[in-house]
Design a protein around this ligand. Sequence first.
Ligand code: TXA
Ligand code: MG
Length: 349
Amino acid sequence: MHTRIYKLEYNNIDGKMIEEAANVLIEGGLVAFPTETVYGIGANALNENATKNIYKAKGRPSDNPLIIHIANSNDVIKYARDISKDAYKLMNKFWPGPLTLIFKKRDIVPDIITGGLDTVAIRVPSNKIAHTLIAKANIPIAAPSANLSGRPSPTRVKHVIQDLNHRVDVIIDGGNAEIGLESTVLDVTADIPIILRPGGITKTMLEEVVKEVQVDRALLEDSNHQIPKAPGMKYKHYAPKGKLIVISGEENQVIEAINQWTKEKEDAGDLVGVISTYENKSKYSCKNVLVIGSKYDPNEIASNLFRVLRKMDDRSIAYIYTQAFFEEGIGIATMNRLMKAAGNKKICL
Ligand code: TXA
Ligand code: MG
């Protein structure tokens, strides 16, 4: 398949290109586009064949349901039913933005979208290009992250091209995905909303709008035996090709341990990399040190995680060492993705 690449300027979006991309979606094709979280690969959510092609293009298991993206939050009632007061409050506050809500679904939503569940995931992206495209197509757009299944989610168009060139009709080059981690997934079908996937909208932010929010027990550290309620969370995900090793403990000890292990590996002839904050970069002796951001800026660390993991792959690094990052605010989502990329193992010093 030939993939067309449309370069759009965020502050001056070319109407003709948007119209062409929207027509591709209307006609059942696949369009990869930027959102504020990560790039997505979109198809008409009401067209089963088009949606099937998403799974094919990604190589994704089809029991893993997709998020429906809409441009206008009023459209939510077309696809969801039994919407609670709390859910409306959350929509008012956080849409458009990086919050996906899980509702009871209406019959119009095909089973292929929901993996056979009786619930549906919906969000309104705030990225202007995504928003303009969905509004123009005027259909609900199913869009998982635009990576091959299992690989780190794409935050740059370059990553999308690496994974999906010749697998989709159009890739929209619309600059970098700002947040860099996928949306928070929140189940609002029960009395107390439950976070199924942590993201940029944190528990504290949600609890400023509704009284109480729970966290899916499968996300808590001591609960390896729990099956996550978001089907996507059970797969090995976000993983670089090399082996990722996460180390937690007192910072200087962690650095010392990483220096010792990277030296051993380098001496044995392996390609080794370290993910570091700006502040610690000069303390590592390894040849390949990639900076993820400032230790004082958790948003910067979140936004660079997937990019840094992919860069390690570009350099064919076989062993990647990183300190564990501070688990507060968006740091919880960063560590959730990092731990999944590391096969949920961490060395505690
Ligand atoms: O930020 C995002 O959400 C990005 C951008 C492109 O919008 N999309 C994204 O989609 O991350 P995806 O398909 O990679 O992840 C969707 C997550 C999966 O963990 C999936 O299992 C969960 O949402 N999900 C979807 N429908 C669900 C449902 N009905 N019940 C529970 N979890 C659901
Ligand atoms: Mg994904």
